[in-house]
Design a protein around this ligand. Structure first.
Ligand code: G6P
Length: 365
């Protein structure tokens, strides 16, 4: 089917706006009234004692978020790696390992090579893909489509959120099978997951604020992103999106690493974007933020209402997100990561859907 921009200025804007719809789609596919279902797929997490997740680019950051979920919910040790490193590292694949590959296109050369390395070594090869006829899907034992629909923008948006939705369901299934979640607890988590498309729809309302703030970000030469715990991968994704389409140099750090290097870069010219919903690690992030402000740094705090109140004075800009269950907050906080990059690129007048030097799918090494 031919896809058009449907009235939006760019495919990326359209694909950001489509997220609540495609999230609902993928949830409906995997979550039924009586619980989780993986149609026609056999996944036994009781015999698995280790999960290796491999991908490139944005798909790799989806793996990074999922690592927190699988470890915390299912008690399953998770290793993540970018495919280009994994494939030549000769990593030992021990018995009881499931290898999971995340790829929008299902054709990324390095990811496919990493999968082939695991074939015959891993107990199970699982693919989380947007294109079910792809090479990566064909060569896997278990295929989980993310049902995001065609994604045209080179910078991945709705595929990322649907990768996260699929991996969240998979982590819940693993936790349930491994006796880490009772039926009732699983039900509560699924309830939270079901509320996400609606909350994300509300979060799209930050658009005007993102547009305003991005006019200022567009002036910067360097931008730092900070996040802690599950929000660290979101900081990485925010920096990646910004580099990809606005060509501004952006780097992400785990908040706690700030004092081990990047704080040396902080002055009034470097905006520092702190991604921090009011969760159990919030206070720690606030103290990192204060270290930035004490050095004249300009902090853009992306948080919720309570977080904004507790953060106190001195913040340069605040972007207020709707309240969300802390566990699945990374899915919601994809929106500011995407929109800040998008509007900064628009302000700079770059080619948002076809950024220079980048390809939608990298099928050569
Ligand atoms: C390219 C794209 C990214 C994507 C990455 C992995 O770099 O520009 O948006 O995240 O490839 O692609 P895949 O199709 O394997 O998810």
């Amino acid at each position: 089917a031919r896809v058009d921009k449907g009235g939006y200025k760019h495919f990326m804007a359209k694909e950001i706006a489509e997220q609540p719809v495609v999230m609902t789609e993928v949830l409906g596919h995997y979550v039924k009234s009586d619980g989780i279902q993986f149609p026609n797929q056999d996944i036994d997490f009781k015999s698995i004692n280790r999960l290796t997740m491999v991908a490139c680019g944005t798909a790799y950051y989806a793996c990074f978020v999922a690592k927190y979920w699988f470890e915390q919910l299912a008690g399953l040790p998770v290793e993540i790696d970018v495919a280009s490193e994994f494939r030549y590292r000769e990593p030992p694949i021990t018995s009881g390992t499931a290898a999971l590959f995340v790829s929008q296109s299902g054709e990324t050369a390095d990811t496919l090579a990493a999968l082939r390395y695991c074939a015959g070594k891993a107990d199970k090869i699982i693919a989380v893909v947007n294109v079910p006829e792809s090479s990566i899907a064909r060569e896997s034992d278990v295929v989980l489509p993310i049902l995001a629909g065609v994604e045209v923008g080179v910078a991945s948006t709705k595929a990322f959120t649907n990768q996260l939705m699929t991996l969240a369901v998979l982590a819940l299934e693993a936790a349930h099978q491994r006796g880490r979640l009772t039926d009732a607890e699983l039900g509560d988590y699924l309830e939270n997951l079901r509320s996400l498309p609606g909350i994300l729809n509300t979060a799209l309302g930050i658009e005007t604020r993102c547009e305003e703030i991005s006019l200022k970000l567009a002036e910067a030469r360097d931008i730092l992103f900070l996040g802690r715990g599950r929000m660290y991968p979101l900081a990485l994704e925010g920096a990646l999106k910004l580099k990809e389409i606005s060509y501004i140099h952006a780097e992400a750090y785990a908040s706690g690493e700030l004092k081990h290097g990047p704080i040396a870069l902080v002055d009034q010219h470097v905006p520092v974007i702190v991604i921090a919903p009011r969760d159990d690690l919030f206070d720690k992030t606030v103290s990192n933020m204060q270290e930035v402000m004490a050095r004249g740094g300009r902090v853009l705090l992306v948080t919720d209402q309570k977080g904004a109140e507790e953060a106190g004075d001195g913040v340069w800009e605040t972007l207020i997100m709707p309240e969300v269950d802390a566990f699945f907050a990374p899915i919601l906080y994809a929106v500011p990561a995407q929109m800040l990059a998008y509007y900064t690129a628009v302000a700079k007048g770059t080619d948002v859907d076809q950024p220079r030097n980048l390809a939608k799918s990298v099928t050569v090494e």
